[in-house]
Design a binder for this molecule. Structure first.
Ligand SMILES: CC(C)(COP(=O)(O)OP(=O)(O)OC[C@H]1O[C@@H](n2cnc3c(N)ncnc32)[C@H](O)[C@@H]1OP(=O)(O)O)[C@@H](O)C(=O)NCCC(=O)NCCS
Length: 399
């Protein structure tokens, strides 16, 4: 596709790994993400611009190439992936039956700072939506920080998206010491097939639950599913657990983003860095004191993402806290800088997830657009008009 804008010409075409990778990384480096403050979060894609989408069932990356005096320069890119997810429920013989739809997620939209406000971002989104439609997608959605005005305005004012959900990204630093996990809880690692059984039975009606959950759980980036039950419970697998479910329990799975991308906080003053380093030195010297310390986020660091969080019962929040403590120690063992997760704004389990407000994002704004009305797999009404529910499934492949 060739677009002429104010005399300048740009082409939107599919990304070609062999010739575009270094140019795309260059644009990525130039783009700050989020509100322009002093501190910026940079993402290092570790030499693979497709890394954040390649684990999805269907994906595409497009680039915008500017042609100036016969010289070609990549000035923008966008990624998208398609999958089937739960979008609602239907009451059927006293049971909630999940309703499905084909949904597509847009991520990694970047336009080089020197080429902004030329309509490149808009064209990239339109072209990606064309591919979604060709593939029978009913809904397209994106996530952006609610204070990222360029992005919010582009999607809501120009592309017809509406504000949909506002889950919170909760980020916990990985300290120099191991976190104490209560001895009143047993943590059991489930096999991927047991985890699939549990997720399909308990989470299939959760919004955005991916129908290919098995491919997520069996992916090499998935480091395991962990179930917290009261100490002394006699269950070692999903079937035993489901046969005699304890009154309270919690579950989560760990995804290894560290192998996919690295993050780095740039723009911190030397005073801030020195303070952070001092907290780490004290923490390392006196681990028994369990003093919180600031990890070294000023150099590229990896993270683990916690997904598939769930639980039931009066102690579910405490059990979730135990699982997060366990996940912290696991991430420390793997040399991660932080552990992150994303939960629905109404999810009571969020109170069991330790996090630092400063590192977290209280309102991750998800916007949605209905691309077609005719391909609805289960014939549910318009999902974009539905009210938020208490939980949401955040696909680790899209974080
Ligand atoms: C968001 C981003 C991709 C927009 O790209 P762009 O090519 O400049 O966008 P466009 O020129 O197509 O702008 C289309 C519309 O978006 C809105 N918009 C874009 N930039 C804006 C800004 N800085 N302030 C307010 N509105 C803005 C406007 O409505 C604009 O239409 P207009 O120019 O007719 O007013 C770009 O700013 C960017 O790369 N930002 C950093 C990365 C990022 O935040 N990505 C989004 C993550 S989801």
């Amino acid at each position: 596709m060739v677009v002429e804008d104010g005399g300048e010409v740009f082409v939107v075409r599919e990304f070609d790994a062999a010739k575009d990778s270094s140019d795309v990384e260059e644009v990525e480096r130039k783009c700050e993400v989020g509100p322009s403050g002093k501190l910026c979060l940079f993402t290092d894609l570790l030499g693979d611009p497709l890394c954040r989408i390649r684990n999805s069932p269907a994906f595409l990356m497009l680039v915008a190439e500017m042609v100036v005096a016969e010289k070609k320069e990549i000035v923008g890119m966008i990624r998208g992936c398609i999958k089937t997810v739960t979008c609602g429920t239907k009451l059927c013989n006293d049971h909630s039956k999940p309703l499905s739809t084909k949904a597509a997620y847009i991520l990694g939209l970047r336009v080089s700072p020197s080429h902004r406000r030329l309509g490149i971002g808009l064209k990239l989104v339109c072209k990606m939506e064309e591919w979604f439609k060709e593939n029978g997608v009913e809904y397209s959605y994106i996530a952006t920080e609610s204070d990222n005005q360029p992005s919010v305005k582009l999607f809501t004012l120009k592309c017809g998206y509406s504000k949909f959900r506002t889950p919170s990204i909760l980020v916990q630093p990985v300290f120099g010491h191991r976190v104490k996990v209560t001895s009143r809880v047993s943590i059991i690692k489930l096999s991927p097939s047991d985890a699939e059984t549990l997720y399909r039975l308990r989470f299939a009606t959760t919004e955005f639950f991916p129908h290919d959950i098995d491919s997520i759980l069996n992916n090499k980036l998935s480091l395991g599913t962990y179930l917290a039950v009261p100490k002394g419970s006699l269950c070692s697998g999903a079937n035993e657990f489901l046969a005699s479910q304890p009154e309270s329990w919690a579950v989560l799975s760990v995804w290894n983003c560290k192998e996919v991308f690295k993050l780095e906080v740039r723009g911190a003053s030397s005073l801030r860095r020195l303070f952070a380093k001092t907290t780490r030195l004290v923490d390392r010297a006196f681990p028994a004191l369990q003093l919180p310390s600031v990890p070294d986020v000023f150099r590229p660091f990896g993270l683990h993402f916690l997904y598939g969080l769930g639980g039931k019962g009066p102690l579910a929040v405490n059990f979730m806290k135990a699982l997060c403590g366990f996940a912290h120690n696991f991430a420390k063992q793997h040399g991660c800088g932080v552990v992150a997760t994303e939960v629905a704004s109404l999810d009571p389990l969020r109170f069991g997830v330790p996090h630092w407000k400063r590192l977290s994002c209280d309102e991750d704004l998800w916007c949605i657009k209905r691309l077609s009305g005719g391909n609805n797999i289960d014939g549910v009404g318009d999902w974009t008009m539905s009210t938020p529910r208490t939980s949401i499934f955040v696909d680790p492949r899209e974080f």
